[in-house]
Ligand binder design. Structure first.
Ligand SMILES: O=c1ccn([C@@H]2O[C@H](COP(=O)(O)OP(=O)(O)O[C@H]3O[C@H](CO)[C@@H](O)[C@H](O)[C@H]3O)[C@@H](O)[C@H]2O)c(=O)[nH]1
Ligand SMILES: [Mn+2]
Length: 732
């Protein structure tokens, strides 16, 4: 499909994936199977012989209905998956470099102790070195941690940049992130010199980190002194005035070869305990306004501090779409997938999230476009000001997306305005977060903002080139992984049960695309069937109660078909997305683990918050790497270590399933009733096989990552309680 006017070559193409027809046929067949299953459950329910069997069948019906709902909504991702390709090398046939749009880059950080400033600096350097006209490039760093340590790191980074940028340019370095470059095998005659400079900078930043403040001898001049003076005694991360520090101004500061450098601005918005700050979404809205006051570029890139740029030409790929008139003026954003570095070979924690970050976006791209995932995403600034058809005029003229800034970023007028729009009361009675900018009301501001933009009629594009444009870090301990997914679950439920729920509002606004969003919104309800199937059939088996059709019963084949086909399709899609068999195995295991931990606790948290019992915040993922932990992660060993409540249901399930499997097996040898209990025995054995790392962590391991004794004790107790309760229920 050629989308640019001929006779020029196309800047990009879009092709449907080959599997589309097969997807549609299998969706039809599987739907029939699901209907048959629900019919079977209803029949059984009507013919229940006892109260117990009625309750059991009813719960199974509910659980299977949840599975069915999740399956149906997922099909929207399979109806029209597409693959795009862009040809940035042809860009110059269409536009001169002078006509490229300006680009404002936002980098968020929130806590110097969980997000080491030296890593944030690496992120910033990787984009400062973009192959893009420097006079059009501005980098804004938002520090929600309000930390002088982060500011100090960036002052050092600005100095280092004046050597790093020319080095990258002259030696055509591919890895523009210093840390990634020095870890690679690429070398040139100046590598050692650069490495030394980098190490010196890093050591200084780390010294400051160790001391907890910036040592006097590191402060180079009066200007720096004045900047740090803003950290007065009353200054805390939750309560402080705005700090804006222009570290590099394009046109003023030059690199050491005399070349221009991009703008680099440090920003820590005003915080006060009295006004809500809306976590990352709030930070991004301040960034939107401060950057409007300073440069107001029409294109914006949002980046998390745990992700760096891996392709210096990524902005050119983006222009292939942004400059295409065929999109009209409806293109809101271009999302690159989240790819990660440092994932272990078998990806034990399914950190790649293939389905979320690679497979589903292709499906959504064939409808309205990929969803926004918070980082690695280029926006059209205009998209934050109302639907494509009707501009929502901001309260002050300077924030208008078309406003042209022609003053220096250090001029007093600009800085005054920047301070004004960064203050914590600025948004009172304004549309920010409601109809304008990044949207408030969910812990997954990325998902929610992208969703609302799509509802408004905006389109997006999924751009997934061969060489990943961005690489991020993943959490490497199970507790961090589960905690992160728990936060996502809560945020998604907030949207799912809001007045803008995708299942109602979303489907009304955009049909199938609404279902794609609904699938994500209700992620956490998987916890219901997963928890049920992790405990109840097993407890029934322990008490010799049979719950499923016997092997000789024709309905048994329906069960078999439903299970095998769902797993097979998942497996194939996974392999086609360049997964391996072992990665797939770990992926399906993590799905079960999340089901009875993150999703379950997320649902409970959300419920408690809804009835006003508790509140939740954005718990930033830990990015500090512990050497020993990292070694275990590389070897593919699960990290339990801490006594986390998230591990209790897992460990309890591991215990119950093992007992049930052994008891069931013994029963089969004793009574020869394999046909009767086959399904239950199969479920237990499947769970037991999946739980191997848990048994190991409980019994065999001696290292620091083994299961904490507290967790084991709590789980044994809980298992015993469940066992006793089941005995009462199943044996009247
Ligand atoms: O009050 C806050 C909290 C977080 N952040 C920043 O938000 C980013 C994401 O935080 P992280 O702890 O890394 O969360 P993840 O779960 O890894 O992030 C995923 O999920 C988030 C939503 O929950 C999205 O915002 C992210 O883009 C997405 O990668 C980081 O750069 C933080 O510094 C802030 O700026 N202010
Ligand atoms: Mn992150």
């Amino acid at each position: 499909m050629n989308t640019v006017t001929s006779p020029l070559p196309p800047l990009h193409t879009i092709k449907p994936l080959r599997r589309t027809s097969l997807n549609r046929v299998s969706a039809f067949v599987y739907t029939c199977a699901i209907l048959a299953l629900l019919y079977h459950h209803s029949l059984t329910l009507l013919h229940s012989t006892s109260f117990l069997s009625f309750c059991l069948t009813f719960t199974i019906l509910l659980c299977d209905a949840v599975f069915a709902f999740m399956w149906v909504t997922n099909q929207s991702n399979r109806m029209n998956p597409v693959r795009r390709q862009e040809f940035p090398e042809k860009l110059l046939c269409f536009v001169k470099e002078d006509d490229f749009p300006a680009l404002d880059i936002f980098i968020c950080t929130a806590d110097p102790y969980k997000e080491p400033p030296i890593n944030v600096v690496n992120t910033a350097l990787s984009v400062m070195a973009y192959d893009y006209p420097v006079e059009k490039l501005s980098i804004y760093v938002s520090d929600d941690g309000g930390s002088e340590l982060t500011l100090f790191a960036f002052m050092e980074a600005a100095k280092f940049a004046s050597h790093w940028l020319p080095f990258c340019r002259e030696h055509r370095i591919e890895e523009r992130c210093p840390d990634a470059y020095f870890m690679s095998s690429h070398r040139c005659n100046e590598t050692d010199k650069m490495k030394m400079m980098y190490e010196t900078m890093k050591a200084k930043v780390e010294t400051a980190m160790d001391r907890g403040h910036v040592p006097e001898e590191f402060i180079a001049n009066v200007a720096e002194r004045e900047a740090f003076d803003k950290w007065t005694t009353g200054f805390t991360r939750h309560d402080h005035p705005t700090v804006i520090q222009v570290l590099v101004e394009n046109g003023r500061e030059k690199d050491f070869t005399g070349h221009e450098m991009p703008n680099l601005v440090y920003l820590s918005r005003q915080k006060s305990k009295a006004s809500p700050h809306h976590f990352k979404a709030g930070a991004l809205n301040v960034l939107l306004r401060v950057s409007a006051a300073m440069t107001n570029a029409p294109v914006i890139l949002t980046l998390d501090c745990d992700m760096y740029c891996n392709d210096p030409k990524a902005p050119l790929r983006v222009l292939c779409y942004l400059l295409d008139p065929a999109f009209g003026s409806k293109l809101a954003f271009i999302q690159f997938p989240q790819h990660f570095r440092g994932i272990n070979k078998q990806d034990i924690y399914a950190g790649e999230m293939k389905r979320l970050f690679q497979i589903n976006p292709q499906g959504m791209d064939g409808l309205c476009g990929a969803n926004y995932v918070g980082t690695g995403c280029f926006f059209h600034r205009r998209a934050f000001f109302g639907p494509p058809s009707s501009l929502l005029v901001p309260e002050i003229q300077e924030l208008h997306p078309d406003h042209v800034v022609n003053k220096s970023v250090r001029s007093e007028a600009v800085l005054t305005l920047a301070h004004r729009v960064a203050s914590c009361n600025y948004e009172n009675q304004a549309n920010w977060g409601i109809k304008m900018g990044f949207r408030y009301g969910s812990l997954v501001e990325d998902y929610y903002t992208g969703y609302r933009l799509h509802c408004e009629g905006w389109k997006s594009v999924f751009c997934d080139p061969e060489r990943p444009a961005f690489l991020g870090d993943v959490p490497i301990s199970l507790n961090d992984v589960l905690g992160q997914i728990k936060r996502w679950s809560v945020g998604l439920l907030e949207v799912g049960f809001s007045k803008y729920s995708p299942i109602t509002y979303g489907v009304r606004s955009m049909g199938l695309m609404g279902l794609c969003y609904a699938q994500l919104a209700f992620w956490a309800i998987w916890s219901f069937p997963v928890t049920f199937y992790a405990f109840v059939p097993q407890l029934a088996l322990i008490n010799n109660v049979s719950m499923f059709p016997e092997v000789s019963d024709p309905w048994f084949y329906l069960y078999m078909f439903l299970f095998l086909e769902a797993y097979a399709q998942d497996f194939l899609e996974f392999l086609l997305a360049r997964g391996t068999i072992q990665m797939w195995w770990n992926n399906q295991r993590m799905w079960m683990i999340r089901g009875i931990s993150s999703y379950l606790f997320g649902s409970i948290d959300f419920f408690l918050k809804s009835i006003g019992i508790s509140a939740f915040g954005f718990n930033v993922t830990n990015k500090v790497i512990d050497e020993e932990q990292s070694k275990r992660y590389e070897q593919g060993v699960f990290e339990f270590g801490v006594a986390s409540p998230l591990f209790v249901p897992l460990t309890t399930a591991a215990i119950i399933n093992l007992i049930s499997f052994l008891k069931g097996l013994a029963g089969v040898f004793r009574d020869g009733n394999l046909g009767e209990v086959f399904v239950q025995l199969f479920i237990s054995s499947f769970v037991v096989v999946n739980c191997w790392p848990i048994y190991e962590a409980m019994v065999l391991r001696k290292d620091k990552g083994k299961m904490a004794t507290k967790t084991t004790v709590a789980s044994v107790l809980l298992a015993w309680v469940l066992y006793s309760m089941a005995a009462l229920i199943f044996k009247p």
